[in-house]
Design a protein around this ligand. Structure first.
Ligand code: CP
Ligand code: NVA
Length: 307
């Protein structure tokens, strides 16, 4: 049993499958009759260094629906590592709350929070990983496709935090994963090495290429994310140039499987990495995906709390 949920890489395929099963069960139950108060009298502390819509609201509402409470701590509140050191923040917060979720710039800060807090810590996005997103995304794929093993997921764009977590989840769960990205925006060697180890166990295939048209051939899932992530604003101009050819538009989607689903973790920059016609078209499953964040995170919270 794990204390924290920091990166998908820490979890076994069976543990990930159990989280997905729990997320789907909690979703069905919530829609049928509401969830029982599994986290009654529990408080989640939510530390944010960056803005958020989905992460904040889905954790807060998810906690309420499970009978607990969530405390929003804005980027101006704690000033992690600035007003107070990360280990001190971790130890203080853990005296008040039962669970911590944090969205940070540096992944090391999440690792340090997890190391020093005596309560479970959940990564709500770091520069390296977005594991809650990947879990909700694989729930969405499973719901739409009925399976994960042997499917082809094609990711178009920057090999960022979202890609890293998808890569880990895909290679743990037997999904083939292809990336189309310009050179300079491809995964770190250490990330790839980890993923290759997981793929050797699950049979999933990893491909990395330049050409988005080649990458989407036969894809069951097409995924994209913003070209400039939070914290990279200074690189925006260079990134706009580099990713010109990497837009997910109708012509590109038409090259994938006829029943392809298109995913985006959101927020989307419509007209850049994805067009309105795809976002609002018949293949998009982006709002199911946004909803599933809540169900997946409920599964993470109850599992970490041992209920
Ligand atoms: N996808 C996601 O994490 O959205 P927010 O940045 O709005 O939380
Ligand atoms: N890659 C994006 C995801 C936002 C949810 C970022 O880090 O800004």
């Amino acid at each position: 049993m794990h204390k924290d949920f920091v990166t998908i890489a820490d979890y076994t395929p069976a543990e990930l499958q159990a989280l997905l099963d729990r997320a789907i069960a909690l979703k069905v139950e919530q829609k049928a009759r509401g969830n029982p108060p599994l986290l009654q009298n529990k408080v989640l502390g939510m530390v944010f260094q960056k803005p958020s819509l989905r992460t904040r609201v889905s954790f807060e509402v998810g906690m309420l629906q499970l009978g607990g409470e969530a405390l929003y701590l804005s980027p101006n509140e704690i000033k992690l590592g600035e007003r107070e050191s990360v280990p001190d923040v971790a130890r203080v917060l853990a005296r008040y709350v039962d669970l911590i979720m944090a969205r940070v710039f540096r992944h090391q800060d999440i690792e340090q929070l997890a190391q020093w807090a005596g309560v479970p810590v959940i990564n709500g996005l770091s520069d390296y990983a977005h594991p809650c997103q990947a879990l909700g995304d694989f729930q969405t794929i499973l719901e739409h496709k009925g399976r994960l093993e042997g499917l082809k997921l094609t990711y178009i764009g920057d090999a960022n935090n979202v890609y890293n977590s998808l890569l880990f989840a895909a290679t743990k769960l037997g999904t083939h994963i292809t990336l189309a990205a310009p050179s300079g925006y491809r995964p770190d060697a250490a990330v790839l090495e980890l993923a290759r180890g997981f793929a050797a166990q699950s049979g999933s295939q990893i491909a990395i290429m330049d050409d988005p048209v080649q990458a989407v051939q036969g894809a069951d899932v097409v995924y994209t994310d913003v070209w400039t992530s939070m914290g990279q604003e200074a690189e925006q101009e260079a990134r706009l140039q580099a990713f010109q050819r990497y837009q997910v538009n109708e012509a590109l989607v038409a090259q994938a499987q006829p029943d392809v689903i298109v995913l985006h973790c959101l927020p989307a920059h419509r007209g850049q990495e994805i067009t309105d016609r795809v976002m609002d078209g018949p293949h998009a499953a982006v709002f199911d995906q946004a909803e599933n964040r809540m169900h997946a995170q409920k599964a993470i919270m109850v599992t970490l709390m041992g209920v």
